[in-house]
Design a protein around this ligand. Structure first.
Ligand code: ADP
Ligand code: MG
Length: 377
């Protein structure tokens, strides 16, 4: 007769290693035709309906439909699927924020062809703010809420980018770096918390206004560094990272107890996906070095290895360490994190191949299962 302790049973219910199993949430967002495309009377080959995104190649009866957690349209034309910045935030990012306050790690990354709306969705504009500023604004509102339950929430933030397999701190200027003789940023691995960037500046943010100031600086540094460098902005990955530490103090029988939960948040605006797919179709011309985005290519390999892993029982090898980005996002992909992916596409016929490739990629990502645990002590 098999016997289980109650603890073992509840761990079984929670999934592997006592964590909570959850699939990566995937949303598609179709941007509107831009003014140039409108002027050229570009043909729209994408449609959305409910959770489905469908691609209709011109001059063909064939169509390709994919089902996602969300399929968002960006103007009023398509009934019921129009999603504002607020709707996208509420559907995809707000649930992650709630998980952060329960003590889980969270990650949201934007994937898609250059010009398809990654930065618009992640950062947006002042009057039309994207996910990152909305997330930061709400984290402080939530922090004020939990304060009423005697929980103090401490928030630290960093902002960096990965370009040509090098890490760049976006919150210190080069001048300052020279002054302090800062050595190059490197990835280190903490035995329990996983990979992190050593030497990266991290600032305590006491309010949303603090974060806004740092974001402005980081975005400016990103833009400045991009000028003069061939197409840098579309080939770099930016990572906005926060660590939220919640501490609850209680007194019981005259003894004071503290309970701490720590959550890592990564909000990632990836490099344009077009190079990775063209590099793959042209047989990986590895000698071209800089023109191939190693981090993006490895991300593709990691996602397909993980999605195969959910279909087979064997523990596969996942090449996290083959690139900086995948190494850093190790916990976010198949590990200890609640993760969402936003895939952005263009509706225009000229981008049909890239759009299909993005949708296939997103479909694979949707089968990744993460095992998230509350990080507490
Ligand atoms: P990416 O970061 O993927 O290269 P951007 O976010 O810079 O692309 O978007 C390219 C252009 O399209 C920008 O001018 C942006 O404002 C516009 N755009 C993208 N997505 C949308 C959207 N959903 N609604 C309105 N404009 C958008
Ligand atoms: Mg961009």
């Amino acid at each position: 007769q098999a016997r289980f302790s109650l603890g073992a049973l509840s761990n079984l219910a929670k999934g592997r290693q006592g964590g909570e199993d959850s699939a990566v949430t995937v949303a598609i967002r179709v941007r509107p035709l831009n003014s140039r495309e409108q002027k050229m009377k570009a043909k729209t080959v994408v449609s959305v309906s409910g959770q489905e995104t469908t691609v209709h190649p011109p001059h063909s009866q064939q169509k390709f439909s994919f089902s996602f957690d969300f399929s968002f349209w960006s103007c009023d034309a398509q009934d019921g699927c129009y999603a504002s910045q607020e709707t996208v935030y509420e559907s995809l990012a707000r649930p992650l924020l709630d998980k952060v306050f329960q003590g889980y790690n969270a990650c949201l990354f934007a994937y898609g062809q250059t010009g398809s709306g990654k930065s618009y969705t992640m950062m947006g504009y002042n009057e039309d703010a994207g996910i990152i500023p909305r997330f930061c604004e709400e984290i402080f509102l939530k922090a004020a809420e939990v304060k009423e339950d005697n929980v103090t929430c401490h928030i630290e933030m960093s902002y960096f980018e990965v370009y040509n397999e090098k890490l760049h701190d976006l919150l210190t200027s080069d001048k300052e770096k020279n002054k302090t003789k800062k050595t190059a940023l490197r990835i280190r691995e903490h035995p329990e918390l996983g990979p992190y960037v050593a030497g990266l500046s991290a600032y305590v943010a006491g309010s949303f206004a603090d974060v806004q100031a740092w974001l402005e600086l980081g975005n400016k540094q990103r833009a400045t560094a991009a000028t003069g460098m061939n197409d840098k902005s579309s080939r770099s990955h930016s990572v906005f990272a926060m660590v939220a530490t919640q501490t609850k103090r209680e007194t019981s029988d005259g003894e004071s107890l503290t309970h701490t939960m720590r959550s890592h948040v990564n909000l990632v605006d990836l490099a344009g996906s077009e190079r990775s797919s063209s590099a793959q179709t042209s047989g990986m011309r590895l000698k071209e070095g800089a023109s191939i985005n190693r981090s993006l290519m490895t991300l593709g390999k990691v996602i397909s290895a993980l999605s195969e892993a959910t279909q087979s029982k064997k523990k596969p090898f996942i090449p996290y360490r083959d690139s900086l980005l995948t190494w850093l996002l190790k916990e976010s992909l198949g590990g200890n994190s609640k993760t969402a992916m936003l895939a952005t596409v263009s509706p225009a016929a000229v981008n049909l191949e890239e759009t299909l490739s993005t949708l296939r990629y997103a479909k694979q990502a949707r089968s990744i299962i993460n095992v998230a645990k509350v990080n507490e002590d």
